[in-house]
Each structure stands twice: as C-alpha cells, then as structure tokens.
Ligand binder design. Structure first.
Ligand code: ATP
Ligand code: MG
Length: 304
C-alpha cells in the first residue's frame, strides 16, 4: 500500500485503538464520531474502502503462501450495530478458502459440558488463514455477566462461582490471548459501538421495512433494556483485556460507512505490521524449478 494512504489510515484509526485498558473509558468514544470527516466524505470513503479491500486480498495471498501467521479478528457488539454487514463488506475481496467466519450463539449442551474456551478454541484459524469470530468467548463476560442466571446454568462446581469470577475470566482470557500471540496468532478485537438511539432507529426500520422483517427479534428489544449493564460490562472487559498485542478497537458504529473504514484500516495496519512476503526459494530449490521448467517446455522436433 502507498505510504501516504497507509499513514492516513493509521492516523484515522489511532483514536479508536486501545492498547492499554487501564486508561480506557467508554465515554471517550462517541458512537456518532466520524473522525472529523463530514458525510460529504462518504463517497470518498467508499472508494478508499474498495482500494483497501483489493490490497487486503493481496496480503491474504501472501499470508496463505507464507503459512506462518494466523489472523484472528473478533467482533462484539450490541444487536444491530452492524457486525454482519461490516464483516461482509470488509472481507468481500478475500479468497473464501483462506478465511472462515464463525458465529457463536447460545452454547449447546455439549458446549456447556466443557470449559468456556473450548468451543472457540476449536474454530481458531490455521496458520496462513484469517479467522473471524462473530461473537466469541467475550460473551462469557458480557451476556453472562449481565444475566447471572446463565452462569448458574453453566454446570460449574459451586465453590468456583465467587465474586472474583469476572476478574478471573479476564485473567484467563488475557493469558489465552498472550499464549495465542506467542504461537503466531495475530489478534484484533472490535467493539462496534452503536448508540442506544441509533439502535432504536434500526430496530424500527426492521419492523417498518418488510425486507428487513426477518432481521427483527423481540429478544433483541428485551436485551436493550439492560443497556447500561451491557455498557458497564463492555467497559470492564475492554479495560481488563486491551493490550498492545491484542488491542481492542472501539469503533463508532452509528455511521456504517465510517465503521467499515475503521475496521478495514485496523486490519490493514495489522497485516502491514506482519511484514508478509511471498516465500523466497533457496538456490537448490530454484535450480530444481528450472529443471522442471525444461521438462515442461516442448522440445523442438528433430527435422531429419
Ligand atoms: P444475528 O441476530 O445477526 O443473526 P446474533 O449474533 O445476534 O446474530 P443470535 O442468534 O440472534 O445471533 O444471538 C446469539 C445470542 O447468543 C446472543 O444473544 C448472545 O448473547 C448469545 N450468546 C453467545 N454466546 C453466549 C454464551 N457463551 N453464553 C450465553 N449466551 C451466549
Ligand atoms: Mg441477534
């Protein structure tokens, strides 16, 4: 990517990148923020996004060819914040064979029978691939924290459920992410931060627009009543788990065009930082290739 474009992107996303959780407060990020770009930038942003998507596709080829790093992108948000559409847009140029999206729903009874990292661990991307988690183990300190009755149903030994359980889960998640990083899994986490008002507007649209009816869920409206508890849970989780190697991006999500550009920018920054290159062959391998080449080139017929 051109240095100028890369610099511009890096500057744009910097305010939303949380490396050090201790200093973070959710109120520092306005869901309606568009990084100082007015809506007249919408078209330019979408052009920019297209360029970025093309560049990402090339980087993914290198990631795949190099077969060393794995990339894990985690998306968390309140309902209707735009997780699905952001994933769809940002990853639209990517070769499907090098990328896998997994959505984590209410755990099944089989999943409940295991430790809470079990089900996500099985879906981690292989080296050379991009794995996208649409919801993740973070649900264990979000929805489960907001609804303690879920915790009661988790079949944990009684003595393990104490007041410290959330702190312990943050520690376990942080240790796990450090472990993954040390094994060559590059992690980025995105909280798409939508305002309660914009969520209300989007829910109403799902009711009023017939083509969007299928997206509407009464449960989502009920969940919305716990808004403040969710915001506290998000803030605490981000504060406890944002690190330089597994940063959170708290992405303003009231304007979809801006959400997409920030997410795309963060992925560009990550890939750029990995210094991906196509593998270079050793001299002997190169010599062998040339021998093979000769075999493939049709021999000239003998005229006699
Ligand atoms: P969409 O609505 O766009 O299809 P979604 O991610 O909202 O996507 P749903 O099936 O509507 O999917 O919701 C999944 C639900 O599963 C969410 O309410 C989420 O909080 C819940 N969930 C995910 N992980 C856990 C977990 N570990 N424990 C309990 N509930 C969970
Ligand atoms: Mg849903």
């Amino acid at each position: 990517m051109e240095t100028k474009t890369l610099k511009r992107l890096t500057r744009l996303i910097a305010p939303y990148r949380i490396d050090d959780g201790k200093k973070f407060k959710l109120k520092h990020v306005d869901p309606g923020d568009t990084g100082g770009l007015g809506s007249e930038y919408k078209d330019e942003a979408s052009e920019w996004l297209q360029q970025t998507i093309g560049w990402l596709a090339e980087e993914q080829e290198k990631l795949f060819a190099q077969d060393k790093w794995a990339v894990l992108l985690i998306f968390q948000a309140m309902d209707a914040a735009g997780k699905d559409s952001t994933i769809k847009h940002v990853m639209s140029g990517i070769n499907p064979q090098g990328c896998e999206v997994t959505s984590f729903k209410v755990p099944t009874s089989n999943e409940i029978d295991h430790d809470f990292l079990w089900r996500t661990n099985r879906r981690l991307p292989e080296r050379g691939r991009i794995g996208i988690f649409n919801r993740s183990y973070y649900e264990e300190v979000l929805v489960v924290r907001v609804h303690p009755d879920i915790l009661v149903r988790q079949k944990l030994p009684r003595g393990l459920i104490t007041k410290k359980i959330w702190k312990e889960r943050y520690e376990d998640i942080s240790a796990y992410e450090r472990y993954l990083t040390r094994n060559g899994v590059a992690i980025r986490k995105f909280f798409l931060h939508v305002s309660q008002e914009e969520q209300r507007r989007r829910f109403l649209e799902r009711i009023d627009d017939q083509e969007k009816n299928w997206k509407f869920s009464a449960q989502d409206v009920r969940e919305r009543e716990h808004w403040d508890d969710y915001m506290r849970a998000f803030e605490d989780a981000i504060r406890a788990t944002a690190t330089p190697h597994a940063p959170w991006f708290v992405v303003p999500a009231d304007n979809k065009w801006f959400t997409r550009i920030v997410v795309a920018g963060a992925i560009v920054e990550l890939m750029e930082g990995l210094g991906l290159r196509y593998p270079v062959l050793a001299d002997e391998q190169r010599a062998e290739l040339l021998t093979m080449r000769q075999r493939l080139v049709p021999r000239k017929r003998n005229r006699s």
